[in-house]
Design a protein around this ligand. Structure first.
Ligand code: ATP
Ligand code: MG
Length: 278
């Protein structure tokens, strides 16, 4: 598939409207009318001559739950770095929706456009309560102007309550985050992203270190988020990937080796050779 925007030849230097982006992404700039949220085409990223991403092309639909697997060093995290603006590709095109050129937006602009990222290590404020963590996340949501001293309105408290139920931390509002289990901290961090209502959630190894039960609950959570959000989940835990049940992309040496339902990629001899058979 070649996205219309790339066929039309405005891969670099402008967007569909011919508007060059200053330093502000406004509400409504994310155009997903083509039902695609992420376009990566022919992306290469090098570190000292080593190609971490090598002609990578990948498209994710709005509302999709996409799983990304592949051996260590395959380029999974680097791909997320390109989407969030942390790494700049040497070549290729990267778009959010139809017209937001990720190679030209800053990291804050990309976050503002609706991309939330969860790194592997939980980074919650341990000395603050669960509720205070959620409150801080809401108040640092750049889309809505709020000072840290402002009172939450009832819409805000409803949103926090609803999110806490979703991440199964309702009833734990006044607990210091530092006392939560590893899995609960991971959920809290996901909740802190969710109150900012991201369009796209990037989750790098979210169940690493979780108990089996926490992993199971995380799968249920992600399944409940798909549709309303688009999710890109990198994981090595194949039982978890199976529970998610979405389309799987296998990365190897910086490009896509195979893509499709898990059963199909699991039986692909090339995937067995480089990853699953080890
Ligand atoms: N900032 C950097 N400087 C130099 N090399 C880097 C940098 N970031 C990544 N790399 C290299 O790029 C390659 C891809 O790394 P990346 O972290 O994207 O792999 P990954 O698929 O996420 O692996 P893992 O499953 O271990 O997390 C690796 O060889 C890595 O050493
Ligand atoms: Mg990684």
């Amino acid at each position: 598939m070649t996205p219309a925007i790339l066929r039309a030849g405005y891969a670099r230097g402008g967007n569909a409207l011919g508007v060059s982006f200053g330093h502000q992404v406004k509400e409504g700039d994310l155009d997903t009318s083509t039902r695609v949220i992420v376009y990566l085409e022919h992306i290469s990223v090098s570190f000292d001559g080593f190609k971490a991403l090598n002609d990578l092309s990948l498209f994710i639909d709005v509302g999709e739950l996409r799983c990304i697997i592949g051996p260590n060093g395959a380029g999974k995290t680097t791909m997320m770095d390109v989407i969030t603006g942390k790494s700049r590709p040497d070549s290729g095109s990267a778009f959010l929706g139809q017209s937001l050129d990720l190679t030209r937006l800053s990291e804050p602009e990309i976050a503002h456009a609706g991309v939330g990222r969860k790194f592997q290590k939980p980074t919650v404020f341990e000395n603050h309560t669960v509720f205070e963590n959620m409150e801080l996340a809401l108040k640092t949501d750049k889309r809505v102007w709020k000072t840290l001293f402002a009172q939450l309105n009832s819409e805000d408290t409803d949103r926090i309550a609803q999110t806490l139920r979703l991440i199964r931390l309702d009833g734990q509002e006044s607990r210091p985050a530092g006392l939560l289990s590893h899995g609960q901290k991971q959920w809290l961090e996901i909740g802190m992203l969710l109150v900012q209502e991201p369009k796209l959630l990037l989750l790098d190894e979210p169940v690493a270190g979780m108990t089996d039960e926490e992993t199971e609950r995380t799968a249920e959570l992600f399944l409940s988020l798909a549709g309303r959000h688009s999710l890109m989940v990198v994981e090595h835990d194949m039982a978890f990937i199976r529970k998610l049940g979405g389309k799987v992309t296998v990365l190897h040496e910086g490009s896509v080796l195979a893509e499709g339902p898990l059963d199909k990629v699991q039986n692909d001899q090339r995937v067995i050779d480089v990853y699953l058979g080890r």
